[in-house]
Design a protein around this ligand. Structure first.
Ligand SMILES: Nc1ncnc2c1ncn2[C@@H]1O[C@H](COP(=O)(O)OP(=O)(O)OP(=O)(O)O)[C@@H](O)[C@H]1O
Ligand SMILES: [Mg+2]
Length: 230
């Protein structure tokens, strides 16, 4: 898997609401080295999701520069951004966004199909990925037939099955009980270690802080001074 570095320089995202500008992210300059396990902290509304959406190519900055693996995201066309998302990024959200009418296996196979793999190959690979995350006995279940923690592990399998260099997780444990959250965190840590994928995780969960290689704190869209790491 290629390893990616993320560089944001004076990154700003403002939203126009009526006659008013909402400054969701303001002048954020950060470097996240390859294979980092970076977390983004900050109160509700501080800009965490906005930052992740920009890094993931779901949204575009109003101004500033953002490069991932040397690709200048702020300069890419829509088509190039699409292919960036497909090839580089795995997303994990608080609410897992699994498709309700598909089995766990089919949900995990979808990103592989999007990359042009055959169904047979995608199903095979999805099955291996689910087994790796301890869900080999649940492949045929639909999301509603799984616990919240299991659903989030399926979503994690879907996020990593293409071996993306970058995994973006927005409050991935926000909807889980402590034990399930721990399982998902352990899995993310080991995927980071074993695959060398760069993780950027927006969270309120303080237990993630001890595992982080980098901690960024946002306040009103601005980056707080760096937290010294032991
Ligand atoms: N599409 C939008 N239009 C207008 N304002 C928006 C939009 N998206 C976000 N904002 C505003 O930008 C600010 C940052 O929002 P963001 O979702 O990044 O916060 P957050 O840190 O992820 O919060 P939470 O912890 O609640 O998820 C908020 O004030 C929000 O209201
Ligand atoms: Mg958010």
């Amino acid at each position: 898997m290629p390893q990616v570095a993320i560089q944001a320089h004076a990154l700003t995202r403002t939203y126009r609401r009526g006659s008013e500008d909402v400054r969701a992210l303001l002048d954020v300059t950060i470097t996240i080295p390859p294979a980092a396990f970076a977390i983004v902290l900050g109160p509700s509304g501080s800009g965490k999701s906005t930052l992740l959406n920009l890094i993931g190519g779901i949204d575009r900055p109003t101004s500033g520069h953002l490069t991932v693996d040397g690709l200048a995201l702020h300069d890419l066309s829509e088509r190039e951004l699409d292919s960036y998302r497909r090839e580089y990024v795995g997303f994990l959200f608080q609410f897992n966004n699994l498709l309700p009418n598909l089995s766990a296996l089919e949900n995990v196979a979808l990103p592989l199909i999007a990359q042009g793999r055959s169904w047979a190959q995608a199903r095979l690979q999805a099955g291996v990925q689910l087994a790796d995350l301890g869900l080999g006995h649940r492949v045929g279940h639909r999301p509603a037939e799984l616990s919240g923690g299991e659903q989030q592990r399926v979503a994690l399998a879907r996020a990593v099955v293409t071996r993306p260099a970058l995994i973006l997780a927005d409050e991935p444990t926000g909807d889980l009980d402590l034990e399930s959250a721990q399982v998902v965190l352990d899995l993310m840590s080991s995927l980071n270690r074993d695959l060398g994928a760069t993780f950027v995780i927006a969270t309120h969960n303080p237990r993630l802080e001890s595992r982080a290689t980098h901690v960024f704190e946002l306040s009103n869209g601005r980056l707080a001074p760096p937290v010294p790491r032991p």
